[in-house]
Design a protein around this ligand. Structure first.
Ligand code: DC
Length: 221
């Protein structure tokens, strides 16, 4: 049986950066499920439709082909034949993904794909509802979080280091808005599974967070 590690938590808590390193160390694949919601959101944006409007979004799912491929353990996400791994990282796609993710048909559409990968592979899968809905039987569950300020600080630093001109208050507001949307939606809201280990990285740097996660996981494997 494949070993599944579920990591959930809010945007910007460092899930993907930490999970990437930890999964390499363990020899597992790393599955970033946010990329799937981002791809659905990107597709809706490209069609000039409203990502918040169910009647706009649901018809875009018909015949839609979203898939993941793993190249040297690295995930790439495809919209049909197009590799959209970079395109989905544009800022406007973040809110679009959060918007479409509140629509039950979208979650249904992506459910089987996630389950299938987890059944066949030892993996670390991250998202918002992995420990609660997608993989309720995962052997290890972690809820990774940090204060909204700490997450905004990191994001601000990351973007300014890339040379982008950004406004700190806007970043913080966007993080708070996305947290609110993701935790308050009716379907599969972001929340800690009862049996998840809480890891708070507010006071930890990246290396500290990785070490701590590895310790938590190795103790339980
Ligand atoms: O992890 P991320 O920031 O790339 O995710 C983008 C959005 O997708 C997030 O705001 C909520 C949604 N999402 C979700 O609803 N369920 C998941 N398992 C992963 C992401």
């Amino acid at each position: 049986m494949a070993i599944n590690i579920a990591i959930d938590g809010p945007a910007g808590a460092g899930k993907s950066t930490i999970a990437k390193t930890v999964s390499k160390e363990l020899g597992y694949i790393y599955v970033d499920t946010g990329a799937l919601y981002r791809t659905v959101g990107l597709n809706v944006l490209r069609q000039g439709k409203d990502t918040k409007n169910e009647a706009d979004v649901v018809p875009t799912l018909e015949g839609l082909n979203v898939s993941l491929r793993f190249v040297n353990g690295e995930q790439r996400v495809f919209l049909g034949d197009e590799d959209v791994s970079e395109a989905i990282r544009q800022n406007e796609v973040s809110m679009a993904a959060s918007n479409v993710s509140a629509i039950p048909k979208v979650r249904e559409f992506l459910f089987g794909l996630q389950r299938d990968i987890a059944e066949k592979n030892n993996c670390i899968m991250d998202g918002r509802d992995i420990g609660t809905v997608v993989l309720p039987n995962a052997q290890i569950k972690i809820y990774l979080t940090a204060s909204a300020q700490a997450r905004a600080d990191r994001r601000y630093k990351e973007l300014t280091e890339k040379g982008q001109e950004v406004n700190y208050d806007n970043i913080l507001k966007e993080i708070e808005l996305r947290d609110y949307q993701d935790t308050h939606r009716e379907i599969a809201p972001l929340k800690k599974a009862d049996d998840a280990v809480l890891v708070d990285t507010t006071e930890l740097d990246l290396n500290g967070s990785i070490e701590y996660m590895l310790k938590v996981i190795k103790e339980r494997l």
